[in-house]
Design a binder for this molecule. Structure first.
Ligand SMILES: N[C@@H](CCC(=O)N[C@@H](CS)C(=O)NCC(=O)O)C(=O)O
Length: 364
């Protein structure tokens, strides 16, 4: 049996020891049939202030991720761009959900038992946890919410500092500058904040979360609404990127990273999102092939500006190392046995995102 420090660590970090939330995305569909994402639970901040509860010191924090997950990947991108890999370690889980406990049927993120088991994934180096769920239970006894990645983990207090990627990326951008290899890079600069905020709102709702709203809708109305908004937003971004190199001007910002993580998964993700629709809709006898056509109005590679832009961002030093297409494919095609019982991975478009692109026409 494993034993963990529990309530004392959670109490020290100021968290309630019982958190009740949705256990999986399937619980996050409202009576109207629309997908409604639950808010993240752990919302503390690491601070550059040495007297803070979570001071930005090297070696104290660890990022638990899945390479399949777009939200975790945006944190990985910030870690690389800011030159923080020496200060904050990373451990990736296995790409395919497994039972997290023998005593119930929850499926979730699992660490491999050894470093050889799954290229890219590693055992938990600090807590010997079998699952991400166990990490949450160390931080908060009886945690009943969704055990999601990313997790920004405090090795000293043995707790989750924050599990909301939009907040983690802001901390990585500003709070670690004393120890960052690239402190001068500001991905949320004051003069562009209004524009970044506006784009983020559109991109989060219609694109990042929009693909999930398409995928998890249980009724036609919410699906129609989500898919219309998704393609309107993609068209808007396509137009903007016909005039400038990056989404908020001619400078890379967090809005680009937030958009990129969905775009890079897009042509793979269309059918993966559909797999989840199929799982939700097993009782309505929906056929998986029909489901696969639900989100295919247009592929990424049919939007020339968005497609070249995705290659451009991918080719920024450090970014390609945050994209593990193998984990992305394995996760989406392997984590839903009711839809894809033999876990066969479709051949996929195998796009070369390192291929030349036309973005330098806007200057470098
Ligand atoms: N709001 C969170 C969302 C993270 C999230 O939804 N992660 C997914 C993976 S893409 C997850 O871990 N899901 C676990 C599950 O569905 O059980 C963030 O942006 O950090």
């Amino acid at each position: 049996a494993r034993t963990f420090p529990t309530s004392s660590a959670a109490a020290a970090a100021g968290y309630s020891t019982t958190v009740k939330m949705a256990r999986s995305a399937l619980d996050e569909v409202t009576d109207t049939g629309a997908f409604d994402r639950s808010p993240s639970t752990f919302r503390s901040s690491v601070s550059s202030d040495a007297s803070a509860r979570f001071p930005a010191v090297p070696g104290r924090y660890h990022l638990y991720v899945s390479y399949a997950c777009p939200w975790a990947s945006r944190c990985l991108a910030f870690l690389k761009l800011k030159g923080l890999d020496h200060a904050i370690g990373v451990t990736a889980v296995k790409p395919i959900f497994e039972r997290t406990k023998e005593t119930d049927d929850h499926l979730g993120w699992i660490f491999p038992a050894t470093a050889d088991e799954e290229p890219g994934a590693e055992p938990d180096p600090f807590n010997g946890a079998k699952s991400v769920r166990e990490l949450y239970e160390i931080a908060s006894t009886n945690y009943a919410g969704k055990p999601t990645v990313p997790v920004l983990w405090d090795k000293q207090l043995k707790t989750v500092v924050n599990n909301e990627s939009s907040e983690i990326i802001r901390m990585l951008n500003t709070e670690f500058n004393d120890i960052a290899g690239n402190p001068g890079l500001d991905l949320y600069p004051v003069h562009l904040r209004a524009s970044i905020d506006e784009i983020n709102e559109l991109v989060y709702d219609a694109i990042n979360n929009g693909v999930y709203k398409c995928g998890f809708a249980k009724k036609q109305g919410p699906y129609d609404e989500a898919v219309t908004r998704l393609y309107e937003a993609l068209d808007k971004c396509e137009q903007i990127l016909g005039k400038q190199r990056y989404i908020c001007g001619n400078q890379l910002t967090e809005a680009d990273i937030r958009l990129f993580v969905t775009l890079i998964r897009f042509d793979e993700f269309l059918s993966s999102t559909s797999s989840k629709i199929g799982e939700v809709c097993t009782t309505s006898l929906m056929h998986v092939y029909a489901v696969h056509f639900k989100c295919n109005k247009k592929l990424l590679r049919e939007h020339p500006n968005l497609f070249n832009y995705t290659k451009d961002i991918y080719q920024i030093p450090g970014i390609s190392s945050t994209v593990n297409m193998e984990h992305i494919r394995k996760h989406y095609y392997g984590s839903h046995p009711s839809i894809n019982p033999y876990r066969i991975i479709p051949v996929g478009p195998n796009i070369d995102y390192n291929a030349p692109n036309d973005r330098e026409r806007f200057g470098s």
